[in-house]
Design a protein around this ligand. Structure first.
Ligand SMILES: N[C@@H](CCC(=O)N[C@@H](CS)C(=O)NCC(=O)O)C(=O)O
Length: 220
């Protein structure tokens, strides 16, 4: 493929409206002002469209998101966000200051490694009948750690007063918590940051309630 064509092509996000990891990527694209195409991968329909041989070529982990960008295919939302940050102009998603940058990565990892994987669809399918209590337990456990961390790092946003990858991870995780009926009010800093971020356009236009694949009964 000719190089200029590769860089001019719009990224393609293979995702699912309600997937918190897909939402992370949508927020990053929106913050950077990047136009992209979306290809829906329905995690429920047909037994899970992420499990097909065709999709496996895009993401061997059989998860969304997968992103085709600049002639490569990336999975893992944090890798996508960091790639976009390193290659696109616009507001920085990771701060220049090394300490703040480490704090952004720490918060992102608490969510992306310490909370979200434990309430992921495939895990909950394996848990079976106890799945709601299981998800609540691990989200609560994670939020009990996140709350004091954010109390120390937050200004207007998760780390100081600039929006970062940490905020991109936080809002979709709170959305998941609310889906599992975790009382987010118990965590005043998380709650406050989430409310503030939800007012920002990049977070509203990417909300699961208004994506091309959002079913009519869940649209807002
Ligand atoms: N670490 C991965 C996690 C991806 C992930 O867990 N995706 C979920 C949706 S948020 C998924 O595709 N689940 C499908 C399944 O479990 O079958 C990332 O950040 O992209």
């Amino acid at each position: 493929m000719h190089l200029s064509f590769v860089f001019l092509a719009k990224p393609v996000l293979h995702g699912y409206f309600r997937s918190s990891c897909s939402w992370r990527v949508r927020i990053a694209f929106a913050l950077k002002g990047i136009e992209y195409d979306q290809v829906p991968v329905n995690l429920i329909k047909d037994g899970g469209q992420q499990l097909t041989e065709q999709y496996k070529k895009l993401n061997p982990m059989l998860q969304v998101p997968a992103v085709e960008i600049d002639g490569i295919t990336l999975c893992q939302s944090l890798a996508v966000i960091q790639y976009v940050d390193e290659t696109r102009p616009g507001p920085r998603l990771l701060p220049a200051d090394p300490q703040k940058r480490a704090q952004v990565r720490m918060i992102s990892d608490v969510i992306a490694s310490g909370i979200q994987p434990l309430q992921n669809l495939h895990v909950l399918q394996k848990i079976g009948a106890e799945k709601v209590q299981w998800a609540q337990h691990f989200i609560d456990r994670g939020f009990q750690a996140l709350e004091p961390i954010l109390k120390q790092t937050a200004g207007k946003y998760c780390v100081g007063d600039e929006i970062s990858m940490a905020d991109i991870c936080l809002v979709p995780q709170v959305y998941n918590a609310e889906r599992f009926k975790v009382d987010v009010g118990k965590y005043p800093t998380i709650n406050r940051l989430n409310q503030t971020l939800l007012e920002i356009e990049a977070f509203t236009v990417t909300n699961p309630s208004c994506q091309p694949d959002t079913p009519a009964d869940l649209r807002a």
